[in-house]
Unconditional design. Structure first.
Length: 318
């Protein structure tokens, strides 16, 4: 038995008991795509096809992959939800730190927005959405995805902390978190105007913090038109050989303190997992797919590959 066939057998043994499909061929082809991603460490269809068995030419195997990606019967959430339920079956007493990030693909044609669950220094995919264009996404585009995720997590984890960087600094993200019953730690831009409890009104980078210092401010009013009242934790990072020290400002619904900074550091620890997807491992940034629905199905296969790698490191299977 080849390495690909052995891996297929192990994946099939788990997924076939969890995922109910209309046609068994849909499940088989999905698993073979996962095998190809794991073996090639890439989402490039030509590389995936190398690890799919068959007497046909590589071009025919690529066509087979494309047919699966085009199959409208493959509903991403219906396939992924039972797998995720199984993976989180023991999380009832855990605090879920979930991370929102984005990556441009297809030469800037598409933006993948992903919600991931931090675990150790890795990120487990929870949900994703492919939207056209560049720039900071509006909260309305992701509200349905975040609401569905909140409903899914509500009975499966103790509580949720939403972590996001400056790309999602709009106050509407914080308001949506409160609506969903989530706590939030969101990094904001250092030129954001704030009003402190003592009446001082200025930009965050004009509050007078010096390198090595950290300050905590409660009941802060954010932006010039006062869109939000929250708490602010600010510090200068230490920096290293590759990165200069920088001012880090975290907005939260919970009391500003050292804990908020530790919570946000979870997102920074998971950066390696995101780099794996973009260019360091799976080459997601170089995908040439031109349709959002097909890209979302490819992300479904990648999610299983990442979950398999994560759980293999934890306990041998998921």
């Amino acid at each position: 038995m080849s390495n690909s066939e052995e891996l297929y057998s192990r994946l099939q043994g788990t997924l076939s008991t969890l995922v109910k499909v209309r046609n068994i061929a849909e499940l088989k082809n999905w698993i073979w795509i996962v095998v190809g991603i794991l073996q090639s460490e890439s989402v490039a269809l030509s590389k995936i096809a190398t690890y799919i068995p068959g007497e046909t030419q590589a071009e025919s195997r690529v066509t087979k992959i494309r047919r699966w990606l085009m199959n409208f019967h493959v509903d991403v959430w219906s396939f992924y939800k039972p797998v995720l339920e199984h993976a989180l079956k023991d999380w009832q007493n855990e605090i879920a730190n979930i991370i929102l990030d984005g990556v441009m693909v297809g030469g800037g044609r598409w933006q993948i927005l992903r919600l991931s669950l931090a675990h150790g220094q890795r990120a487990i995919p929870l949900a994703w959405l492919v939207v056209p264009g560049t720039g900071i996404p509006q909260v309305e585009k992701l509200e349905e995805m975040l609401t569905r995720t909140a409903e899914f997590l509500r009975s499966r984890v103790k509580t949720v902390n939403f972590l996001a960087d400056r790309g999602f600094r709009d106050c509407d993200w914080a308001k949506l978190c409160l609506k969903l019953g989530w706590h939030y730690d969101i990094r904001t831009a250092n030129n954001t105007f704030v009003t402190l409890r003592d009446g001082r009104y200025r930009r965050i980078d004009e509050l007078g913090l010096q390198p090595g210092q950290r300050y905590y401010f409660q009941d802060v009013l954010f932006t010039q038109d006062i869109q939000l009242c929250a708490n602010l934790s600010v510090l200068w990072t230490d920096g290293d050989a590759k990165h200069a020290p920088e001012l880090l400002a975290i907005v939260s619904d919970q009391r500003a303190c050292r804990t908020r900074l530790r919570e946000y550091s979870v997102r920074m620890d998971a950066e390696q997992s995101f780099r794996d997807d973009k260019s360091g491992g799976f080459d997601m940034a170089d995908t040439h797919l031109l349709h959002a629905e097909r890209l979302e199905r490819l992300l479904l296969a990648l999610a299983i590959a990442k979950l398999w790698c994560h759980e293999l490191g934890e306990q041998g299977s998921f």
